[in-house]
Structures are given as structure tokens and as C-alpha cells.
Design a protein around this ligand. Structure first.
Ligand code: FUL
Length: 510
């Protein structure tokens, strides 16, 4: 069985095999696998060994999401603030026409695969009727005090096939015990409520903003805490692990995904999915050094999320209706986040009705339309492929996997070959201005740099180069390239490259 697993790393028989050449290819590979003892890293039939830190199954699922949304919604929406002081009367929370379906439909139509809701922001007001405080929707007039925003959002997400996650601010400017041990117990109690009452969560988001002035049950004073020790994060994360084992935990430095180090939505270039967690400052609210680019080789797989708001603020303010990011700005963010191997968490704040504003919808629609038009056709699938070398067995690591639109199959060079190339030859010239590359993540982030060339007047001419690939690298060219032959050359790698996808696309109107 062990050898069979080696043969089919993802526990699946590649679908293409179960047709014409099934028997021959299958038995050839089976024979090869059986002949190779486990532990051998190269040669016929062996699976390539991983390089550096690798992702968990939980993180792989998160990588697949690529684009999801943030919902900042609380008393601030009605007081026109970004950070509530904590003394807000819960009655101010009165959405006039809250519509979870409208919010989720907008998100789905924009291409988001999940939503993360601020169940509690720094002001301490809870969007669900927590058993541990009255400072919640229960004391608002909305739905006669019987409403639950978290439940309505979670159910709407389920109806429309989106995943759901929660943000629970550690800093609570309302709670009288904030800064003392009793608050940490309160915080964990609330977390447990959220982890057990709303089905499967894909993400739990722990904000780094912490401590300062606030209401604190009427004390109206400044309270400082020690970020490193106060919350005992390992115990809190253990709670998440035990109650929601597939939920990815976010904080500045992970453990499952990290902050990108800015709130503009732009990843660094390069942007590695790995981080050195032995460095000081690697805790929520710690140092942001190294987060933008990641670190090589790193000690852990901690990929980055780019969080950014579609508006200047995180919460809805009518004064910002004219300052919603344009479709072109959103596209730039998309290419600089998803296109650099990260996930994009785009905030779309519900307004005072409890819906996404028309201006935001307009921008999101045009942005989505452009992405759909761009990625409708992978022109590379028309090519015949030639490589400088492929690992054995060739059927398993064939370059054709680059074009099969699957992340569980990949082209891999033999172990000793760190700088392989693959050439795409077309019967007729194609025009493209976007290149799309993906690495096979279970083997780690192996590629350090690539060059892209096209054949012109008898020579290879470079038209782009890139560094880190990871989950995805999108290269958006300022000018379209027209070519009959295109070549990808890996020019630097830490281990024999394992690539799952190669796409060439034409973004219209560029
Ligand atoms: C920050 C918070 O202070 C902002 O209000 C917002 O929630 C942002 C996503 O994270 O740390």
C-alpha cells in the first residue's frame, strides 16, 4: 500500500489514465513503484522529496480559496467611526433592512469563495447574542433584540456555497476586566461560543491591534497589555484546533496564515510562503519585519493574506461613497496579491441598511467581468510541449499536467536538474499579456526565479522574469506578446521544480 501511495501522491488515480492507455501505463508505473524502496528520492518510480517547510491539508484548502471577503459591520457603521470607544449604546445598532442574502450574492458574484465577519470589533459590541455579555444585538431594537447577525451570515453563506469565518477582536474597549486575567477567560468563552454554534469555519482571524484607551466598564482609562504573554495564544489556538480542526488561524505571524505587513492589498515581490518563526516578534501584534516578503528557507509554511478595504475605511461611511476603489485599482490589487501567491481578503462593508452599497457593487461587477474575460481561455492548451527533461515515470510527471487545470498533478524535472525549461510550440501565433504559473505546494516552494521568452527572428527574446511562484504567480505584461513559440526557463531553484499549471491569457483592452 505504501508504494501505491507513492505512485498516486494524492490518493487518486490520474483521470486521464483510466481511458485508452490505462492498462499499459498503469502497470508500467505500478511495476516501477513496487521496485523502488521507500526513502529513495530519485530514480524511476520514486516520488520527489519535499524541500523546506510544506503546507498542511488545512492550509492547502485555504490556498485554493484565493479570494474571499471581509465584512466590517458593528456600531461603528452607525456612529461613523473606525474604532468605537466601547461606550456605545447597543441601541445605535439598527440596520434598516439587513439582508444577508444580498451581501453573500454580491460576494459570490464578485468571485469570493468565503466571507469573514467581524463578530466583535475593538468596541466590544457582539453581533451575536453572547451568553457572556449584554453588550450585543440582544440590547438593540434590530429584530426586536432577537437577531443574530453571525447566524444570518453563516446561513446565507451556506445557501450560496461560500465558506464562513469569524473575526473576534482580542482588544475589547468595553469590557471592565480588559487587561486582567478575567477578560482572557471571557474572550475564550466567546470564542468557544462562536466555534461551536455556527458550523464549520474556514478561518478565525486574530487582530494584532491591542490595548490603549477605552471605556472599560466606565473606567475610561488607558490599559496596556503585553502582547506576547497576556492572551496565552498557544492555549487559545489549541481551543480553535480542538473545536474547528480545519479552520485556518490568522494573526500577524500565523500560525496558518500571516499578515502581509500593509493594509493596501499588495504583497512583496518576491513573496515566500515560508517564515522563520524562531525570530523574536513572531506573535499577534508583534513585529511586521519580514512579513511582506516572507523568509527563505524559513522554519514553517505561513503564507500571507493581503487584507484591504474597497473603501478608505474598514467600516461604511457615506462620506466615502465617492471613494470606492475602481475596477482597475481592484485588478492591480488582485495581481499583486493572488498573483503573488497570497489570498486576497477584500473588505466590503455593509452600509446602514445592512447591505452592500450600489457603488461597491458597480466596481466589483466590472472587476469580475474583466477577470472572467481574461481567464476564460488558456491559450497555452493549444501548444505542443517539449521539455529539457522530465522525471520518471514520464506518464506521472508529464508536462501535459501543466495544461490540465488540476492542482494535484504536476510536471517535475529529475532530482538533479534544478534549471529545467519547457517550450510551448503553437501551430499559429497566439497573442497574450498574462502568464499564470503554479507550483505543486505539497513539495514545498522550490522555484526561486524564472525567465519567459518568445522565439523571434531566430532567437529567444526575454519578455518577463519572476521570482517566487508558490500557489500562483500572475505576470501581467504591459504589452501583448505575439508568438508561435514560448519558453519558460527556471533559472534558479532549491530543488527540482514541480509545477502544476502554465497558462497564457489575453486580458482584453490592456
Ligand atoms: C486592524 C483594525 O484595527 C482595523 O480596524 C481593521 O479591523 C483591520 C482589518 O485590522 O488591525
Amino acid at each position: 500500500m505504501k508504494h501505491l501511495w507513492w505512485c498516486f501522491p494524492c490518493g487518486r488515480i490520474p483521470s486521464g489514465w483510466v481511458s485508452t492507455s490505462f492498462s499499459l501505463a498503469f502497470f508500467r508505473v505500478l511495476l516501477a513503484c513496487v521496485l523502488v524502496p521507500s526513502g529513495v528520492q530519485s530514480g524511476v518510480g520514486s516520488r520527489p522529496g519535499p524541500w523546506g517547510p510544506t503546507p498542511t491539508e488545512r492550509q492547502l484548502r485555504w490556498h485554493e480559496m484565493e479570494f474571499y471577503g471581509f465584512l466590517h459591520f458593528t456600531v461603528n457603521t452607525f456612529t461613523d467611526k473606525e474604532w468605537g470607544y466601547g461606550d456605545e449604546d447597543p441601541a445605535v445598532f439598527h440596520p434598516t433592512n439587513f439582508d444577508a442574502d444580498q451581501i453573500v450574492q454580491v460576494a459570490r458574484d464578485a468571485g469570493m469563495r468565503g466571507l469573514i465577519l467581524t463578530a466583535k470589533h475593538h468596541d466590544g459590541f457582539c453581533l451575536w447574542p453572547s451568553a457572556y455579555t449584554d453588550h450585543s444585538v440582544r440590547r438593540s431594537a434590530w429584530r426586536d433584540g432577537k437577531g443574530d447577525v453571525v447566524r444570518e451570515m453563516h446561513e446565507a453563506c451556506r445557501r450560496y456555497g461560500l465558506k464562513f469565518g469569524i473575526y473576534l477582536s482580542p482588544w475589547d474597549r468595553n469590557h471592565p476586566e480588559y487587561g486582567r486575567a478575567a477578560y482572557v477567560t471571557y474572550y475564550r468563552n466567546q470564542l468557544r461560543e462562536l466555534l461551536t454554534s455556527y458550523g464549520e469555519l474556514f478561518a478565525v482571524w486574530f487582530d494584532g491591534a491591542n490595548g490603549g484607551d477605552g471605556y472599560y466598564g466606565g473606567a475610561r482609562e488607558t490599559r496596556r497589555i503585553d502582547n506576547r504573554t497576556y492572551y496565552d495564544w498557544p492555549a487559545t489556538w489549541q481551543l480553535v484546533r480542538s473545536l474547528q480542526p480545519m479552520a485556518c488561524i490568522f494573526s500577524d505571524a500565523g500560525p496558518d496564515f500571516r499578515w502581509i505587513g500593509n493594509e493596501r492589498g499588495f504583497a512583496g515581490d518576491p513573496c515566500w510562503a515560508t517564515l522563520d518563526l524562531t525570530k523574536p516578534g513572531r506573535y499577534p501584534g508583534g513585529s511586521s519585519e519580514g512579513l511582506t516578503h516572507g523568509e527563505r528557507p524559513g522554519t514553517a509554511w505561513v503564507p500571507a493574506e493581503c487584507d484591504v478595504s474597497i473603501r478608505p475605511g474598514w467600516f461604511y461611511h457615506s462620506a466615502e461613497d465617492g471613494r470606492v476603489k475602481t475596477p482597475e485599482q481592484l485588478l492591480e490589487i488582485y495581481y499583486a496579491s493572488v498573483g503573488r501567491g497570497c489570498c486576497l481578503n477584500l473588505n466590503v462593508p455593509p452600509d446602514r441598511r445592512g447591505q452592500i452599497h450600489e457603488q461597491d457593487i458597480r466596481s466589483l461587477r466590472a472587476f469580475r467581468r474583466r477577470l472572467d474575460l481574461t481567464f476564460a481561455t488558456n491559450l497555452a492548451v493549444r501548444a505542443s510541449l517539449h521539455t529539457s527533461g522530465t522525471r520518471s515515470p514520464v506518464a506521472q510527471y508529464s508536462p501535459s499536467h501543466l495544461l490540465d487545470d488540476r492542482r494535484d498533478t504536476f510536471w517535475c524535472a529529475p532530482d538533479q536538474v534544478l534549471t529545467p525549461s519547457v517550450e510551448l510550440a503553437f501551430a499559429e501565433p497566439i497573442r497574450f499579456n498574462v502568464v499564470d504559473l503554479r507550483e505543486y505546494l505539497p513539495l514545498g516552494q522550490r522555484v526561486e526565479a524564472v525567465v519567459l521568452e518568445h522565439w523571434s527572428r531566430g532567437v529567444w527574446v526575454e519578455f518577463a522574469r519572476a521570482t517566487s511562484i508558490g500557489n500562483r504567480r500572475l505576470i501581467r505584461l504591459s504589452q501583448a506578446v505575439e508568438a508561435e513559440r514560448v519558453r519558460l526557463r527556471v533559472v534558479q531553484a532549491s530543488a527540482s521544480p514541480a509545477l502544476t499549471e502554465f497558462g497564457l491569457y489575453l486580458e482584453p483592452g490592456l
